[in-house]
Design a protein around this ligand. Structure first.
Ligand code: MF3
Ligand code: CO
Length: 257
């Protein structure tokens, strides 16, 4: 069952979303060679506590971190560690969520560490653009398949593939609500979007094949073929005026990340 949120509930989700955005926006400036993924996790947790919120991932199904930090061929759910130092040329995905006053926000982005190869730069751009194309479909009367298909079309047109095993999701008083939102699908199919629905849209894109496997730590998903992977995400509400990105300031302009 897809739960629609009232305007006052959306305001609460916006407040949670701003804490998520604020943390990630600061973390992207901290990303440099020599920084560990643990440093980023510690910052995110401290920031969240300062803002009287709760890191939503910590303890979720036993997940040990506050942030997911996934490097290069790691797709999602990389566990922060003090032995994991960022290197020049790496790409780092940071996925973060909080709960504030019973409501959730969830967002992610992938950033370069120092200077990266043109191929990696292109992967980051195409994945961000696929999120932008998807967000543009978040309008009353459109269907979920329009959102999914927008991601898939942009990614495949650029010669990359979308991961099948992990999907976006509804979000609200739980981190994961109905509906599931695959990054592939058919326009005109699926649930009809209505005012008040909120979706966490999160394309995961590989430069090689779509396959993934999970490492022995039971969390880190990596590409099956060792190719690079990127991940971008926003929490987006359906409004009469179109998409409202809750995990970014209201007055922001330009690229979504
Ligand atoms: N953004 C991811 C999701 O929506 C992260 C959650 S995984 C966790 O599913 F276990 F770390 F919480
Ligand atoms: Co999510």
């Amino acid at each position: 069952m897809v739960i629609c949120k009232s305007p006052s509930e959306l305001e609460k989700m916006y407040k949670a979303g701003q804490i998520v955005w604020g943390a990630l926006d600061k973390m992207r400036t901290m990303v440099k060679p020599g920084v560990t993924t643990q440093d980023l996790d510690e910052f995110a947790e401290a920031w969240t506590v300062q803002h009287k919120a709760r890191p939503a991932f910590k303890g979720y199904r036993g997940y040990p971190g506050s942030v997911c930090t996934s490097i290069n061929q790691e797709v999602v759910h990389g566990i922060p560690s003090k032995s994991r130092k960022l290197k020049e040329g790496d790409i780092l995905s940071m996925d973060f969520g909080v709960e504030l006053d019973g409501y959730y926000g969830d967002a992610a982005l992938t950033v370069p560490v120092g200077k990266v190869s043109p191929t990696r730069e292109k992967l980051l751009r195409v994945t961000r653009e696929s999120l932008e194309q998807a967000i543009d479909k978040v309008r009353p009367g459109n269907r979920l398949g329009d959102v999914s298909a927008a991601v898939q079309a942009w990614v495949e047109k650029n010669g990359y593939s979308v991961v099948r095993e992990f999907v976006g999701h509804g979000i609200g008083t739980k981190m994961h609500e109905d509906p599931q939102l695959p990054n592939y699908g058919s326009p005109g199919h699926g649930v009809k979007l209505q005012e008040g629905m909120v979706l966490a849209i999160e394309p995961m894109v590989n430069t090689g094949g779509p396959g993934v496997r999970v490492l022995d730590d039971d969390w880190t998903a990596v590409t099956a073929d060792g190719s690079d992977s990127a991940h971008f995400e926003h929490t987006v509400a359906v409004t009469a005026n179109g998409p409202w990105i809750l995990t970014r300031p209201r007055d922001a302009e330009g690229p979504v990340w």
